[in-house]
Design a protein around this ligand. Structure first.
Ligand code: ADP
Ligand code: TPW
Ligand code: MG
Length: 572
């Protein structure tokens, strides 16, 4: 424990950091301890902060980031100097890219020797290394600055477009003593960390006027809309205007997927034919074809609700920008909306409805696919869908390629912010960190549907799931590889192909090593039984799902992004 005795009138950096977090209602830390932050975690735990120790900083960072997404308060990740710090950087960068508020607090080594590159223990100029990956990066150099430093980090993480903040704490500052009264006075409780940002009235009128001219309007809901927690107003706006809507992946469930106005099942023509598109917390990035033709109509006009002014016109001209926070913007749109002012044309509604019905039939046929033993992606997901249908509160974590894309299309979401996935960056390794944080933050059951490759990136965290007895069920879609499991070595040698993984691997045995429940499923009924049982037990569980190795396609639904070799014919 810190050297300062409890009776002293002194305090120190360790105590001040813990007090600063508590003062700002930050009640959970995810991390991996070691020099110089071990006592920080001990002290936090002793003071009533929940400390969740993970096995890798990347998972701890992803856990913190998704906590931020779910709660609108920055998730906290604690790392040790240099290597531990760097292990957290993927998660910090991912948080920044996705707009998740988090703070990575890292211990660092002696500044004087680090800066002169004299071969310090775990030597690295961490703050400068973090800058390109963070929304903001700060270093605290004096114990009396801890209060203001933590306040700055909190505000940077959650205001405007949220993101990842790096906060550097040299070991010497943690251990430095300070008069207790001066220390207490130096702490800052942040007032209104994410102030409302109201759009201008003329922006609201412009947007409604443009929508009123539309015959084929479309609303796209993105994860910014889900983050904003303006669920009721968003639903009211969609229902009053009767505009068809399309949820981006993590916005699924903001309005239920079975809502009559959802056109997720007619996505292709909805994008291609819409004449006025309203983006609510969704960027026109690669996930939306940069807003360009042929995916979109060249003459479509766009309305965009976003908190970040420079997001507007980033890919395509935006006719009606509504810059502000989504909760304020939607409330203003609702109060300015006149009854009957906006209506999609009946032809548009009918056309989308017909396409939906056609695609729904196709989906049903897929789900009843004959792949029974081993399972196909669709027959497995058909079984899972049945179990989850009456459990809207279950959090669904999802990563992989085919496993990601097909799950997104098959598994309906019925409540906001329940689907957590690889997001904007397509990053593998979020799975177990997200699952742990969703369970810790909500106390609700979590199902993580993981490709066998994706699972490997954070697989050791099953020990964490078991250590904290979390109600997490991991389903490994084991098709024996990255994308598929039947690739061959083009050189003819005995080494496996680059995409191959062990197809007969018994992942379920891994969790048994830590006292969790392992299941193996090779047909829909046994998968359904296993998931039902695992969820009912509330125990840490892993279901190894035998998927036919021949079934995946290269890169799932984004194979078009692969450059192709001019020399060898593509394998598939
Ligand atoms: P998706 O991947 O679901 O399309 P993106 O992450 O691309 O979503 O876009 C989310 C957008 O929402 C970002 O541009 C971000 O600035 C914006 N955003 C996030 N939170 C808010 C908020 N509270 N109010 C307004 N805009 C927000
Ligand atoms: C951090 C590249 C994209 S998808 C994927 C990899 C390795 C795994 C796909 O196989 P999986 O799913 O999970 O078995 P399936 O159903 O198609 O077989 N490293 C990082 N991120 C990414 N995106 C990759 C590598 C990749
Ligand atoms: Mg796989």
């Amino acid at each position: 424990m810190p050297a300062v005795p409890e009776t002293s009138t002194l305090t120190d950096g360790f105590h001040l950091v813990v007090e600063a977090l508590k003062l700002n209602d930050l009640d959970t830390i995810y991390g991996v301890v070691g020099i110089p932050v071990t006592d920080l975690a001990r002290l936090a735990q002793a003071s009533g902060i929940r400390y969740i120790g993970l096995r890798h900083e990347s998972a701890a960072g992803h856990a913190a980031a998704i906590t931020g997404y779910l709660t609108q308060k920055p998730g906290i990740c604690l790392t040790v100097s240099a290597p531990g710090f760097l292990n957290g950087m993927v998660a910090l960068a991912n948080a920044t890219t996705n707009g998740f508020p988090m703070i990575q607090i890292s211990g660092s080594s002696n500044r004087a020797t680090v800066d002169l590159q004299q071969g310090e223990y775990e030597e690295l100029d961490q703050m400068n290394a973090a800058k390109p990956f963070a929304k903001a990066a700060y270093r605290i150099e004096r114990p009396e600055d801890i209060g203001i430093g933590v306040a700055r980090a909190i505000r940077a993480a959650v205001s405007g477009r949220p993101g990842g903040v790096y906060l550097d704490l040299p070991g010497a500052i943690l251990g430095a003593a300070l008069d207790a009264e001066a220390g207490a006075k130096s702490l800052v409780r942040v007032v209104d960390a994410a102030p409302r940002q109201l759009p201008a009235p003329e922006a609201i009128t412009r947007a409604l006027d443009l929508l009123a001219t539309a015959k084929r309007p479309l609303i796209i809901l993105g994860k910014g809309a889900a983050y904003a927690q303006a669920d009721d107003d968003i639903r009211t706006f969609v229902e009053r205007t009767r505009i068809p809507f399309l949820p981006m992946s993590m916005a699924k469930g903001l309005l239920p997927d079975n809502h009559s106005q959802s056109v997720a099942a007619a996505r292709h023509i909805a994008l291609a034919k819409a004449d006025v598109v309203m983006l609510i917390g969704a960027r026109l990035n690669w996930l939306l074809g940069h807003g360009a033709s042929p995916q979109w109509s060249a003459t479509a006009r766009f309305i965009q609700l976003d908190v970040l002014p420079t997001e507007i016109d980033s890919n395509r001209a935006i006719a009606a920008p509504v810059v502000g926070d989504i909760a304020s913007a939607i409330a203003q749109l609702l109060s300015a909306l006149k009854p009957g002012q906006i209506r999609p044309s009946p032809e548009w509604v009918d056309e989308l409805g017909a396409q939906k019905a056609k695609n729904a039939k196709h989906m049903e046929a897929n789900l009843a696919a004959p792949h029974a033993n081993p399972l196909g992606f669709y027959s497995a997901l058909g079984a899972i869908k049945k179990v989850l249908a009456d459990k809207p509160d279950v959090y669904l974590v999802n990563e992989g390629a085919n496993t990601l894309d097909i799950t997104r299309n098959v598994i309906d979401m019925h409540a906001p912010r329940r689907r957590l996935d690889c997001g904007t960056w397509g990053v593998m390794g979020v799975g177990l960190g997200f699952a742990i944080a969703a369970a810790v933050t909500s106390g609700k059951p979590v199902v993580a549907i993981e490709g066998d490759s994706a699972f490997g990136f954070s697989g050791m965290e099953i020990e964490t799931v078991c250590r904290y007895s979390l109600p997490v069920v991991i389903i490994v879609f084991n098709n024996g590889g990255i994308y598929r499991g039947d690739d061959v070595n083009l050189g003819g040698g005995s080494d496996p192909a680059p995409t191959a993984l062990m197809k007969d691997a018994h992942y379920e045995k891994l969790i048994e090593a830590f006292g969790g429940d392992g299941y193996y499923a090779a047909d829909p009924q046994s998968l359904r039984n296993a998931l039902g049982e695992a969820l009912a037990s509330g125990r840490p569980s892993l279901i190894n799902c035998a998927i036919d190795p021949k079934l995946g396609t290269e890169s799932g639904h984004i194979g078009n992004l692969n450059p192709h070799s001019e020399v060898h014919a593509p394998v598939h």
